[in-house]
Design a binder for this molecule. Structure first.
Ligand code: BG6
Length: 608
């Protein structure tokens, strides 16, 4: 997500802020900005693009005067990447400056209320609302004002605030997103992440939820929301810079696997209002949705695997034919799509050339395109007819995990949304789907808590040379992703196979000791898949079964099992994919593989 920095001391703040922002570049961002207070006014400089643009515009920060300042690198969630949407944001009179990390879920309502009071907005961000609220509610005491607006802001956030008439302090606020204060000698720092200040100080305070800090050059005072002073104990960071960038995890991939509950939560929470799935991003009338005769999905890699899962879900609920196409094949197959076809384009980066070309081909043939994309303002996002952003935050590891999970969440919401319009979902099922969707983040957490057990399983399997993933129906769709995760990062050959199809040929490869990972979370076909487990075991295979907690037949059939909590059929992939991600990760780690940047792979392949 976004990066926050702050400085107050005896040096010019501009250069210090720019240097600190450089340490946060690894997190992924699309614009950057700084604000200093020269004693008379707040000076804001911000630029779209990489930090070098800001450094050019501010002569490495020297152009902005003042020994107190805040800075920000933005990963766009609300409002495309642009100079006007970059942080810091000022209030109308220029008296407040704000930098923000997180999401204000109710910012539109707040914006409407403030606009009704004559306040005009310049950006399309949720952050600007905070600056305007501070000015609107300012009562002469900064901490009181902050405490007053905090309950108005729904969502998780971390804030850095400056007030023009108070050049001797920075206000920091933490609700959900992390925020730390670096303790220096007659100078202090603010940061959303340890790497930003590690070369300045290793002594920090970590703000806890609902704490407000007043940071001066020679004092730091922390309050709770009752304005009681909170005694903080300083922490000394022992991490290296490399470890700090991964938040203490050994690899970005593990960090991102662990971020999945938040990625799914952030992706769904704003789109569920009063128990209804609300997809304002889709500009199709109910009649247009009803007019589609089929759905065509185009994507690559793991995004394609989301499409295969989507096929089972859409066909089950919408009762419309769904075709899923590897994007590079779709474009050159003279595809049979037209204005009666709805095309869904899935891409984390929004820049994958094969997927972009496939989208153009579908559009050329008159098909309406809805993109499911993680990077705001990317080519596919901008050029599709509609775009639904996953809010997984920047994904650094090449092998996708949290973006895959966030894409699945969007697919569920599309299925519920379209199913309701097509009259294919009764109100009881609707309520159940929404309730299960909201319960997903916590259920994913339950599986993440089993990571050590899965690591132990991986320690027994990492030497295998050939691995088969098998499953039926939605479990088959899932086996594709499990197999790719393993291949991508451990370089072990693996194959995903429809469990019922294995006996028609490929079973000849099964021999003593072959590892077979059998996915059988889908209750309706559980017994059949357990028969397939027996088939491969009778030829010497070792079977690791992945199923749901109540599946005693699986426990009796497989050689070892990983069990996941139950959920509704269509959402099982969100839970079953997690053990496979963790298994692939630890197998690769035991093999000593690179993991975050596997050989031969790129995070986004922007050439055909
Ligand atoms: C591949 C990546 O190059 O592209 C995969 O290695 C990814 O991880 C695939 O799933 C599609 O990328 P995107 O950005 O279009 O989802």
């Amino acid at each position: 997500m976004c990066g926050i920095v702050g400085y107050i001391g005896d040096h010019q703040a501009g250069p210090v802020l720019v240097q600190s922002l450089e340490k946060l570049e690894y997190r992924g961002y699309d614009s950057a900005g700084v604000c200093t207070n020269d004693g008379q006014k707040l000076i804001v400089e911000k630029e779209k693009g990489k930090l070098k643009e800001l450094k050019k515009a501010t002569d490495d920060g020297k152009k902005v005067q003042g020994t107190v300042g805040i800075g920000h690198t933005r990963w766009a969630t609300h409002g495309e990447p642009s100079k006007i949407n970059a942080h810091p944001h000022l209030s109308s009179s220029g008296s407040f400056a704000v930098v923000h990390n997180g999401i204000i879920e109710n910012y539109m309502e707040l914006k409407h209320e403030l606009s009704a009071n004559g306040i005009s907005f310049h950006s399309s961000t949720d952050t600007e609302v905070i600056a305007q609220l501070l000015e609107y509610h300012y009562n002469g005491d900064l901490v009181d004002t902050v405490i007053k607006i905090m309950p108005l802001l729904k969502g998780s956030y971390a804030l850095g605030i400056m007030y023009r008439e108070a050049p001797d302090k920075i206000i920091a606020v933490r609700k959900g997103s992390p925020l730390i204060i670096g303790i220096g000698e007659n100078e202090n720092y603010l940061a959303s992440d340890v790497p930003a200040i590690l070369d300045k100080t290793r002594k920090i305070y970590r703000l806890a939820a609902n704490e407000i800090a007043v940071i001066k050059r020679d004092s730091i005072t922390v309050y709770d929301t009752d304005k009681n002073v909170v005694e903080k104990s300083a922490e000394t960071i022992e991490w290296s810079m490399d470890a700090a960038e991964k938040d203490g995890y050994e690899h970005f991939m593990l960090k991102e696997i662990m971020e999945q509950p938040k990625a799914v939560y952030n992706t769904i929470i704003e789109r569920i209002k009063d128990g209804r799935v609300v997809l304002d991003e889709i500009h199709l009338t109910a009649e247009q949705i009803k007019s589609f005769e089929k759905i065509n999905i185009v994507a690559c890699g793991s995004a394609y695997h989301v499409g295969v899962v989507a096929k089972y879900i859409f066909e089950k609920i919408l009762r419309k034919p769904v075709e899923v196409n590897v994007a590079s094949e779709f474009k050159y197959s003279d595809p049979i799509v037209d204005e009666k076809t709805l095309t869904i384009v899935i891409s984390q980066s929004g820049e994958t050339a094969d997927t972009k070309e496939a989208m153009y081909e579908a559009q050329r043939k008159g098909s309406y395109t809805i993109a499911v994309v993680n990077v705001v303002g990317s080519a596919i996002a901008v050029e599709a007819n509609d775009v639904i952003y996953t809010l997984a935050g920047p994904e650094i590891a090449v092998a996708t995990t949290k973006a895959y999970s966030a894409q699945l969440a969007v697919i569920y919401m599309l299925a519920i949304y379209f199913g309701d319009i097509l009259g294919k979902i009764n109100q009881e099922d609707y309520r159940n789907y929404v309730s299960e969707l909201l319960a997903l983040p916590e259920k994913i957490k339950l599986i993440l808590n089993k990571a050590e057990d899965i690591k132990n399983t991986a320690s027994k399997l990492f030497a295998r040379k050939d691995v088969f993933f098998i499953g039926r129906n939605i479990d088959y769709a899932l086996s594709l992703e499990g197999s790719l995760k393993l291949k991508e990062i451990s370089y072990i050959h693996s194959e995903a196979y429809a469990a019922g199809e294995l006996k028609h040929g490929t079973i000849s490869l099964i021999e003593k000791g072959t590892l077979v990972i059998a996915l059988t979370t889908y209750e309706d076909l559980h017994e059949k898949t357990c028969s397939n487990i027996k088939e491969v075991q009778s030829r010497g295979a070792y079977v690791l079964g992945i199923g749901c907690e109540n599946m005693q037949l699986l426990v009796r059939s497989a050689d070892s099992t990983i069990l996941i909590p139950k959920t509704c059929d269509i959402m099982l992939p969100s839970l079953a994919v997690v053990p496979m991600q963790i298994l692939a990760y630890y197998i690769a780690r035991f093999k000593g593989c690179e993991i975050d940047t596997p050989r031969n792979l790129a995070k986004s392949v922007t050439v055909e």
